[in-house]
Ligand binder design. Structure first.
Ligand SMILES: *Cc1c(COP(=O)(O)O)cnc(C)c1O
Length: 449
């Protein structure tokens, strides 16, 4: 087993810098792309036809030996860094003890421990319970299932620009048709899309945006038919949309007054991504139910629905579960992630990264008027690109800039319903040098337009 750990830890020998040796993609990646095309459907797209061999911290190395500064972290999954030693050690040790038991047949401690940790670290000072699942979409599905059982109501409300997943129910809950929904219906019923708060585009105060959302819910849906409102405190795929001040609190207050379960989808914004355990904390909201996935286990697949005990206990025995759900290897990895964030004080890293990145992005916005907005919190930041002087979306510039960055060794992700947002989701392990180096590439990318 020590050999396995040693092999996995090879990642730690990666030099901490950008290094481009070949054209991007290089010859080995091109060969793999050709093999892929023969056996993997085109529906599974690739943002960059580069094949990864190993990674450590904020550096990803491809099969041709090129090293990239990773500003996407596999969409916010590798929050504590690639190949974190504590995660490797915990997961590897568990592999050799028991790999699968199926928690609903015979239990194991790590599942219980992850639930305890989530009770402790999610907002709200009340008894909570947690069910573990495999993916974010599955967590969303289960939260809705539980809210319906608890309230005896069927309606589900989501916000415009939301992203909640790719299963049938979560496709219905997701806003953007292309590429997530087009031609994949019919979708689950009883899902209602309410207007959100998008300060850059709607110019509304939190109070006015909340009034607009609530009017929609009351007039078009009817509160007494509504089981839950599901909201991302900072919208992820929708473009890192940060709601105006007071918006979420007003929405939650309305939910509470009307017996509607307020569910925060923190699959992207949770687990120290924004410098708090959960982004809800920045907005003073305490969700009834909160969803965790992406960053929770250092890349291993596990997801969680955590909520008030009386809500979570609404399901009859046997109503919740899944074969691989709460897998012991992934659960041990999650415990290690909690311990790393706690013992290394990683919550402070969100503010450190924001302190470097945000002023630099504002400076770029002064230099390049196509940057219409700079927003986000902690290590979840974005710029929205527009036509100069207005708010007309500029998706073409996003494509050009992410392509330029990739050619020069920086992995950058796009986002947004309009495709005109560049999001920054660096690992909390990224160094100031790496960030500043990536920013020079970004500056060059804008200059090259
Ligand atoms: C990624 C994501 C999901 C879906 O998670 P999967 O693990 O891909 O199913 C749901 N909600 C939000 C906010 C996400 O970012």
């Amino acid at each position: 087993m020590t050999d396995i750990i040693a092999a996995a830890a090879l990642g730690s020998e990666i030099t901490p810098e950008r290094r481009i040796l070949t054209a991007i993609p290089g010859p080995k990646s091109i060969a793999l792309q050709a093999r892929r095309a023969a056996v993997v459907p085109v529906g599974v797209s690739s943002a960059l036809p580069v094949y990864v061999e190993r990674a450590h911290g904020a550096i990803v190395v491809d099969v041709d030996g090129n090293q990239f500064i990773d500003l996407g972290s596999g969409i916010g999954v590798m929050t504590i860094g690639h190949t974190n030693e504590a995660v490797i050690e915990a997961a590897t040790a568990q592999l050799g003890r028991v790999t699968h038991a199926m928690f609903t047949i015979t239990g194991y401690e790590s599942y219980v421990r992850v639930a305890e940790l989530l009770s402790e670290h999610t907002p709200g000072d009340f008894p909570k319970k947690t069910v573990l699942l495999n993916s974010g979409a599955e967590a969303v599905e289960n939260a809705v299932k539980i809210a319906r059982k608890y309230t005896g109501r069927t309606g589900v409300a989501v916000l415009d620009h939301a992203y909640h997943g790719r299963t049938n129910l979560t496709m219905a809950m997701t806003f953007k048709a292309m590429p997530y929904k087009l031609g994949f219906g019919p979708f689950a019923s009883e899902v209602h899309h309410a207007p959100n708060s998008y300060p850059f585009r709607d110019g509304l105060s939190g109070k006015d945006a909340a009034a607009r959302t609530i009017t929609y819910l009351e007039k078009s849906v009817g509160a007494s038919d509504l089981a839950c409102v599901v909201a991302e405190p900072i919208q992820g795929e929708g473009g890192f949309v940060v709601p105006a001040e007071g918006y979420l609190a007003a929405l939650q207050e309305w939910c509470t007054a009307n017996g509607v379960v307020f569910i925060a989808d923190e699959i992207q914004s949770g687990m120290a991504r924004t410098g708090a355990w959960y982004a809800s904390e920045h907005f003073g909201v305490v969700p009834d139910v909160i969803l965790t996935a992406k960053g929770i286990a250092g890349g291993l697949p596990i997801a969680a629905v955590t909520g008030r005990s009386e809500i979570m206990d609404a399901s009859h025995p046997g109503g919740l579960g899944g074969t691989f759900a709460g897998n012991p290897v992934a659960a041990e990895a999650a415990i290690a992630v909690f311990a790393e964030i706690e013992s290394r004080g990683l919550l402070a890293e969100g503010a450190r990264i924001e302190g470097i990145l945000k002023p630099a992005l504002h400076a770029l916005a002064l230099k390049y008027p196509i940057i219409g907005d700079v927003r986000g919190i902690g290590a979840m930041l974005a710029i929205e690109l527009v036509q100069p002087g207005g708010i007309e979306p500029n998706a073409a510039a996003v494509s050009a800039i992410t392509a330029y960055a990739a050619q020069n060794g920086v992995l950058l992700l796009s986002a947004g319903t309009l495709g005109n947002v560049i999001r920054f989701l660096p690992s909390l392990a990224i160094t100031e040098e790496q960030l500043r180096d990536a920013l020079t590439v970004l500056d060059d990318a804008f200059a090259s337009l």
